[in-house]
Design a protein around this ligand. Structure first.
Ligand code: A3P
Length: 315
């Protein structure tokens, strides 16, 4: 079986080598990918079968995935935590609690904790494996102001450049590329619009959230998430402050100060190893202004406004 897998990986690589390429991104089905994740996506498109209870945590990178994974994980595992049991979130980084479809599950679909019905992906809606789209599995999507998403991405990449031998890209160059739609899993606006339109068409199946609204009223959204995931808080739980406990445990302050997130490493033994702390930068709204000029900000705002025009969505 491993020979078969090797052959398959080789054929994906060969196909990818024929796709349009800019810097380290390859173009596939309308979006730009790092080839390692693209290979995983192609494999997932060919092989992935969801469990009927799976819930997909979806997002473009750097839009609040870590937070959403923590919250959904804490919400759906809370009833297991009786007595002395503590949440895995205190000892494992959130990305190690919820697997990434196009990396963790692409090659080792068996390697998952089936008791936790969460799978994450950055894959755009239009390229999700058909087995997911045609299933009755629920999907939760999070996105964020494009300027903050860009700056968060840029800081993340700059950190990766420091720790690995990723080809360096300057802030100005990355910004130009982002504005022309070229970024990991970009164009950003098409990623957002794909899930937005799907959420309008299938509101029971797809919950669309923004980082900003989650920040503004976390408690209301935690309840909404629980309801959407079919594990609403009971009155008793609410009275016992369960919602608040989950919010505190998943807060930026709490998670970023845990030993595992301060000193641990994500995917430690791979070529894309990165310090867990890099996933916890500032966790603020509007930090773009510390990195982009007002002109750059206005330019990206204009692009987003034009692209989202008529969709009913304002970001
Ligand atoms: P900043 O770079 O603006 O600080 P993702 O999780 O999709 O990679 O997104 C990363 C962004 O979410 C980073 O934003 C990070 O700081 C922020 N973040 C991580 N954990 C968070 C939490 N528990 N609460 C709020 N924001 C969080």
């Amino acid at each position: 079986e491993s020979a078969e897998r090797e052959n398959e990986a080789k054929s994906y690589k060969e196909m990818i080598s024929t796709f349009p390429r800019v810097k380290r991104w390859s173009y596939y089905e309308g979006f730009w990918y790092n080839s390692m994740f693209l290979e995983g996506l192609m494999s997932a498109q060919d092989h992935f079968i969801p469990q009927s209870t799976d819930i997909f945590i979806t997002s473009c990178p750097k839009t609040g995935t870590t937070w959403l994974k923590s919250l959904t994980f804490a919400i759906c595992t809370r009833t297991r935590l009786t007595g002395s049991a503590t949440s895995s979130l205190l000892t494992k980084m959130p990305h190690d609690c919820v697997p990434l479809l196009e990396y963790d599950l692409a090659h080792n679909p068996i390697k998952r904790d089936c008791a936790v019905p969460l799978v994450s992906t950055h894959v755009p809606y239009s390229s999700l494996p058909k087995s997911i789209v045609s299933s009755c599995c629920k999907i939760i999507y999070i996105c964020r102001d494009a300027k903050d998403a860009f700056v968060s991405l840029w800081c993340f990449i700059a950190e990766l450049q420091r720790s690995t031998n990723v080809e360096p890209v300057s802030l100005e160059e990355a910004f130009e590329l982002f504005c022309s739609g070229i970024s990991s899993y970009g164009p950003y606006w098409d990623h957002v619009l794909g899930y937005w339109r799907a959420s309008l068409e299938y509101p029971e199946k797809i919950l669309f959230l923004t980082y900003e609204e989650l920040k503004k009223d976390t408690a209301a959204h935690v309840k909404k998430l629980a309801e959407f995931m079919d594990c609403s808080f009971t009155l008793e739980e609410e009275e016992e402050g369960e919602v608040q406990k989950i919010i505190s445990m998943c807060s930026f302050e709490k998670l970023s100060n845990l030993e595992v997130n301060k000193n641990g490493k994500h995917r430690a033994d791979t070529s894309i190893a990165i310090k867990n702390s890099v996933f916890f930068r500032k966790g603020e709204i509007g930090d773009w202004a510390n990195n982009l000029t007002p002109e750059m900000g206005a330019r990206l705002d204009d692009i987003m406004e034009q692209k989202l025009k008529g969709s009913g969505l304002k970001l």
